[in-house]
Design a protein around this ligand. Structure first.
Ligand SMILES: NC(=O)c1ccc[n+]([C@@H]2O[C@H](COP(=O)([O-])OP(=O)(O)OC[C@H]3O[C@@H](n4cnc5c(N)ncnc54)[C@H](OP(=O)(O)O)[C@@H]3O)[C@@H](O)[C@H]2O)c1
Length: 251
């Protein structure tokens, strides 16, 4: 039986929709107090409201994780409101460029790295002292199968996710002594706004899923349930792992 999250405080970045929203809901159902982040206040207010409707505890803290001040505010406000941090989910993402690496300019590269890699690095470092003082914690980085095996047109995004997987392993090595576990989840194709350009192309999707062992696109709940396990004490001996949840795509 998977242990609940009662008494734990969790931050989920990019939680106004998609995978992040599903994770926030799962954590709140499991008894955690959840800080719901994204750039748009009105969107995260709606998520918090719906969590409160089923009796969960949540707070909306808007901010761009590509911005240093917003990152600091997210961590400091969480500690002020809930007294500390036990779980951090680095989920927010940008992918401003689709195409060959030769056509990607430096500012676009920087933006991708800033949100997909530097933000998890900064947030993890800022959350670390609080987790350590509470006797441990769990950091979950939402990566991608692209971080394991790149596909054409996704080069810079793949670079960012591969770096995130290595950040996961490096932090796991250094912070295990403090009982802070750090793990990555690499989703395959999950039906969200982020991946709409892919799954809305019926012909492409039909061909794509025909090659998957599980023969279908995944759901946000199928990622949230894995994140829940990694956040809970049921995964107390799991750290530095890079989990695929991809219907078998990377086999
Ligand atoms: N969907 C897939 O097929 C798939 C596959 C592999 C990996 N993933 C990974 O899964 C994670 C979630 O993706 P998703 O598909 O759920 O995406 P999504 O539905 O587009 O949601 C992305 C979330 O990130 C927020 N966000 C974007 N930029 C932000 C920023 N700078 N600061 C704070 N929040 C920001 C968005 O809200 P605002 O725009 O309002 O800020 C939104 O809440 C990502 O890490 C992605 O790489 C997804």
């Amino acid at each position: 039986m998977i242990q609940d999250l009662k008494g734990k405080v969790a931050i989920v970045t990019g939680a106004s929709k998609g995978i992040g929203e599903a994770i926030a809901r799962y954590f709140a159902r499991g008894g955690a107090s959840v800080v719901v982040n994204s750039r748009k206040q009105e969107d995260i207010d709606i998520v918090v409201q719906s969590i409160k409707e089923f009796g969960g505890e949540a707070t909306a803290i808007a901010g761009n994780v590509g911005n240093e001040e917003d990152i600091k505010n997210l961590i400091e406000s969480t500690i002020q409101i809930y007294g500390g941090i036990d779980i951090l989910v680095n989920n927010a993402v940008v992918n401003p460029y689709y195409g060959p690496i030769i056509g990607c300019d430096a500012p676009t590269f920087d933006k991708t790295i800033s949100v997909n890699v530097k933000a998890p690095f900064e947030l993890s470092k800022l959350a670390y002292p609080s987790m350590k003082s509470r006797g441990g914690g769990a950091i979950i980085n939402i990566s991608s199968v692209e971080g394991i095996s790149p596909h054409e047109g996704m080069g810079i995004y793949s670079v960012s996710k591969a770096a995130l997987n290595m950040l996961t392993k490096s932090c796991a090595i250094e912070w295990g002594v403090d009982n802070i576990r750090v793990n990555s989840i690499c989703p395959g194709l999950i039906k969200t706004k982020f991946s709409q350009a892919l799954w809305s192309n019926e012909q492409w999707t039909k061909h794509f899923v025909s090659q998957l062992p599980l023969k279908r696109v995944g759901t946000v709940e199928e990622i949230a349930s894995l994140a829940y396990f990694l956040a809970s004490d049921s995964s107390s001996y799991v750290t530095g792992a890079v989990y695929t949840a991809d219907g078998g795509l990377t086999l």
